[in-house]
Design a protein around this ligand. Structure first.
Ligand code: V4E
Length: 218
């Protein structure tokens, strides 16, 4: 299970120039459609759990256990860390735990059959959008750093610097790589940048968005 450490940023013409001068290599351009699921009462997202289907695969992002971190810098505060779960039985277990649906009830006869599981858990799609993404990697100096430039179909353009840390791996090292990359991109450290979901929810589910702000999820 990986931990995804990432920092969002505003992408400008200067970012493109900086990427070029850093020798960043474009490793792909792809388009994907995300469907996010939650209960009618938003039990998952109020716990900062984000269940989505992308390219036919289920993914669950959950907050990591709070580790005692020595890094209280502004640069680290601009980063998020989430566990990325793609194993379907584990997703069913985690979701069942929060929604208090017993493991017997969340078991499916086939992993291909989403519908019975969604119905038993009361899960419905509350957000869906398509993203056009260009991905870049850097030279050996910042190994494992990926930079994604996203254009969502509801008109939001955002960049992210991302490092995937395997279970038990060094999160501090990932934070440091992100800090250095942000510096090389000329990003300032004074502004937390909204993700696609912030913008989507503010537009389509303003009441829920307000609740997530009050609960400090967003
Ligand atoms: C974790 C999370 C959400 C799920 C989507 O995460 P995100 O990284 O925005 O997805 P995406 O598609 O941009 O990247 P990928 O998964 O392909 O790497 S929706 C909201 N959150 C929480 C969250 C937060 N609290 N703050 C910020 C800046 N982003 C996300």
């Amino acid at each position: 299970m990986n931990v995804e450490v990432e920092r969002k940023f505003v992408c400008t013409a200067d970012t493109m120039k900086a990427l070029e001068s850093m020798g960043a290599v474009c490793v792909g351009q792809r388009r994907f459609h995300d469907q996010y699921y939650d209960t009618q009462k938003f039990d998952l997202t109020l716990k900062d759990m984000w269940l989505r289907k992308r390219k036919g695969c289920w993914e669950l992002k959950c907050p990591t256990a709070k580790e005692a971190s020595s890094d209280h810098s502004q640069a680290a505060a601009l980063c998020t860390r989430y566990q990325e779960i793609t194993d379907v039985p584990e997703i069913h277990r985690r979701v069942g735990e929060v929604l208090k649906v017993s493991p017997e009830e969340t078991q499916t006869s086939s992993e291909q059959e989403d519908e019975p599981w969604l119905v038993r858990c009361g899960l419905v799609c509350f957000a869906e959008f398509t993203t056009e993404r260009r991905s870049f990697t850097l030279s050996e100096e910042e190994e494992g750093v990926q930079i994604d430039l996203d254009q969502a179909d509801f008109g939001y353009h955002v960049g992210e610097i991302e490092v995937l840390v395997p279970e038990g791996g060094d999160v501090q090292c990932a934070l440091e790589k992100i800090r250095k990359t942000a510096q090389r991109l000329g990003l300032s450290n004074d502004q937390k940048v909204e993700g696609k979901m912030d913008v989507y929810l503010r537009k389509h589910h303003p009441e829920h968005y307000a609740k997530l702000l009050i609960e400090h999820v967003l």
